[in-house]
Design a protein around this ligand. Structure first.
Ligand code: PEP
Ligand code: MN
Length: 341
């Protein structure tokens, strides 16, 4: 970090500033400049807030050179993290994982049909929302507790891993007991109390990208979970809001490449919420595998016209089965381990 200091700073004020950094175990390197003098700060700067330094009236500017997150950073943790959930692994050095299911947990028959078809298409993880964060209060809000329990019983019966979105700290105990992977949705990416609460559990967490969040903000949210003690974070790119309106969001596939450089955490992509249209889902899923995603999460349904939510972006199961084969082929072509049949 580089701190530009007003050249008229009195000696005692400069000493106070440098002493303050030393107390924080930060090394300082002072140099005289033409317009400003400079203090270069070296050491672990993850706990240093540039805005606090900027509050000093003698400080003209503060420039951070490195990233503000530490535990999520590849610099401090060069090896790729693999997240384990029961017998399943997710990460760069694990098989490509497909995660599929309806947008919302639905009735028993639909859930059973989906689960059976997943098992036949080497998919190990079943998704389904029980508490739905809907834009309209009049839209279906999810089966709530009953939905969480149904998802888990269908998953367990079919030897699948379950994933469902936890929308609030008050329902976290229910999820801890009943769900294998917690999902933090796009709308909650910066719900810091929720992030800290899931960080105090040891459940794997899929952290979706906020629809208007930068990659740095997203990694800072991951840092909340990691710094609360939970190392099992999986990042999920699900599209961001741009001026383009022919798709529901704009899938930012470059995020996969950027994240791969900046973080050791597993990366998955959700082409369903990104495109909002089943016709575009397969192409984007394949592109995500080609970009290096460790997993693909998507919405599927035996009868999308009858889906309780997001039918327009849900792939029919036969189309999903074809897509799984294609994803596997792309992954193998890239030398990635694919999931076993
Ligand atoms: C979901 O996956 O069910 C969901 C609501 O997605 P997002 O949070 O990405 O909108
Ligand atoms: Mn949905």
């Amino acid at each position: 970090m580089i701190v530009a200091i007003n050249k008229n700073i009195p000696k005692n004020e400069l000493k106070k500033l440098i002493d303050h950094f030393s107390e924080e175990k930060i090394y300082t390197n002072f140099s005289y400049g033409e317009n400003y003098d400079l203090i270069v700060l070296l050491g672990d700067l993850s706990l240093i807030d540039e805005k606090v330094i900027l509050a000093n009236p003698w400080v003209e500017n503060v420039q951070r050179v490195g990233e503000p997150y530490k535990l999520a950073s590849r610099i401090y943790h060069p090896e790729d993290t693999t997240v384990s959930v029961k017998h399943i692994k997710i990460g760069k050095n694990a098989p490509l994982q497909m995660i599929a299911g309806p947008c919302s947990v639905e009735d028993e028959n639909v859930m059973n049909e989906i689960a059976l078809r997943l098992k036949n298409s080497s998919t190990k993880i079943l998704r389904g929302g029980a508490f739905k964060p809907r834009t309209s209060p009049y839209s279906f809000q999810g089966l709530k507790e009953e939905g969480v329990k149904r998802l888990q019983s269908v998953a367990t019966r079919n030897d699948l891993i379950s994933v469902s979105e936890v929308v609030d700290t008050s329902i976290l105990p229910l999820f801890i007991d009943s769900v294998d992977i917690l999902q933090i949705g796009a709308r909650n990416m910066q719900n810091f109390e929720l992030l800290k609460a899931v960080g105090k559990t040891n459940k794997p967490v899929i952290l979706k990208r906020g629809m208007s969040s930068t990659i740095e903000e997203w990694l800072m949210s991951a840092e909340y979970i990691l710094s609360s003690g939970n190392p099992n974070v999986i990042l999920c790119e699900r599209g961001i809001r741009t001026f383009e309106n022919s798709t529901r969001s704009t899938l930012d596939l470059s995020a996969v490449a950027v994240l791969r450089e900046k973080t050791h955490l597993p990366i998955i992509v959700d082409p369903s919420h990104a495109t909002g249209n089943w016709k575009y889902v397969s192409a984007m899923a394949l592109a995500a595998v080609a970009a290096g995603a460790d997993g693909i999460m998507l919405e599927i349904h035996p009868n999308p016209e009858k889906a309780w939510s997001d039918g327009q972006q849900s792939l029919r199961i036969d189309r999903y089965e074809d897509l799984v084969k294609q994803c596997k082929a792309v992954a193998s072509a890239l030398g990635r381990i694919t999931y076993e049949d």
